[in-house]
Design a protein around this ligand. Structure first.
Ligand code: SF4
Length: 388
């Protein structure tokens, strides 16, 4: 098999998760497939139970019937989830397990529960205030409930040994992905942002051992690309779901090269491993992963005194040498909207050019996006000492 074939398979899983699930079921008869929410759900627990945990993606289809179940001012991701529930497009999951991260997700989970009568839905409230003294106990309790739900689903115990194996599998996959992101931030422009998005989006769908093997094959033999002279851009935002590929393509068409990001389908997913030490308690490690991941890449849906997204962003820009930041904010994403003024102030204070783009589920006019991007690239170029 060539590395092109490996990349093709990763891309196929990223772009058609239902087809991947069907193939996986053929290869693993009798084993359940569980839809889980992005960002905070510990997939290791579901994998250790013998099921395939799939992070439910926005399938990017227009919202039709789902319109009746959530207000228009909910974000595109939650309205798309409601639409998937309303039209039977969640039917390939045997259960849906959700870890809370915002109020809009709560609404979407109610729709999934109300419309998917035969599919069990469990919504776990993970504490959002991570600096409180009682946070560790509450996190441990909720992780225990996720384990109990996984056991109930498969009618079998989730053993510590299986948990350790699942943690090792996801850690290895994220670590390999992280190498690609770190190489990009250091100047390697081998992978376009759309390719990188496919690498991460496929990791959110696939069995981690299979994904790791394909990823290693796709990376094999690819040397670092020469440093690129285009304007270096950091992409920020887009929690929970992937931005549309055509947006990423326009960015690079305009004379910019994406060197780093904090997108969910990007560095946000790959940034944190579960910190399991030799002989350690796997459930404790999973609880620590959740408690500490905000310090590695702050999330606006969580509150923590020693973590703030604005200073992380300025530091990330300095590390990668990015010359501009493009904020990709999904329309009506409240957590992002609340934090955005702080991000803007911090970047302004650091003298970093920036552009806010509000993305919509049905897409945005690409020509006006292109014009605004070109203006940002021009501003960044004028700041270069040799620009004439
Ligand atoms: S965090 Fe933002 S994108 Fe995610 S569900 Fe909440 S409002 Fe939607």
């Amino acid at each position: 098999m060539t590395s092109t074939t490996a990349m093709d398979r990763l891309r196929a899983a990223a772009r058609d998760h239902r087809a991947y699930v069907e193939q996986w079921r053929v290869r693993h008869p009798g084993r359940p497939v569980v839809g889980v929410t992005p960002m905070n759900f510990p997939r290791e627990i579901v994998l250790a139970a013998g099921a395939l945990p799939v992070v439910i993606p926005d399938d990017q289809r227009p919202v039709g019937e789902g319109r009746a179940y959530l207000p228009e001012f909910y974000c595109g991701f939650t309205r798309n989830l409601a639409d998937q529930a309303a039209t039977g497009r969640l039917g390939h999951y045997d259960a849906i397990l959700l870890a809370d991260h915002c109020i809009q997700l709560l609404g979407a989970s109610d729709v999934a529960r109300a419309l998917g009568a035969r599919t069990p839905v469990f919504f776990g409230m993970l504490i959002s205030s991570l600096s409180d003294s009682w946070a560790p106990a509450r996190i441990t309790e909720m992780m225990g409930q996720f384990r109990a739900e996984a056991e109930r689903l498969t009618s079998a115990p989730v053993t510590d040994g299986a948990l350790r194996a699942a943690i090792a599998a996801y850690n290895a996959d994220r670590a390999l992905l992280r190498q690609v992101f770190d190489a990009r931030a250091a100047g390697d422009a081998t992978w376009s942002p759309a390719d990188l998005q496919d690498l991460v989006a496929s990791a959110l769908i696939m069995d981690p051992v299979e994904h790791h093997a394909l990823l290693a094959e796709a990376l094999a033999g690819i040397g670092p690309a020469a440093r690129d002279d285009r304007v270096r851009v950091h992409l920020s935002g887009h929690l929970c779901h992937a931005p549309r590929r055509e947006l990423l393509e326009v960015i690079e068409d305009c004379g910019a090269v994406v060197v780093d990001d904090d997108l969910w389908t990007g560095r946000r997913y790959v940034q944190s491993n579960v910190p399991l030490e030799e002989g350690g308690d796997p459930m404790e490690a999973i609880a620590r992963w959740y408690a500490e991941r905000n310090t590695r890449l702050p999330c606006p849906t969580r509150v923590q005194h020693d973590a703030d997204w604005d200073s992380w962003l300025v530091d990330a820009v300095r590390r990668s040498g990015a010359e501009a930041v493009v904020h990709l904010m999904p329309k009506f994403c409240e957590p992002h909207m609340f934090l955005y003024p702080e991000l803007r102030k911090a970047l302004d204070a650091a003298g970093i050019p920036q552009l806010l783009v509000e993305t919509e589920h049905e897409g945005i006019p690409l020509e006006s996006f292109r014009t605004r991007l070109e203006a940002l690239v021009e501003r960044a170029l004028r700041r270069r000492p040799a620009y004439a």
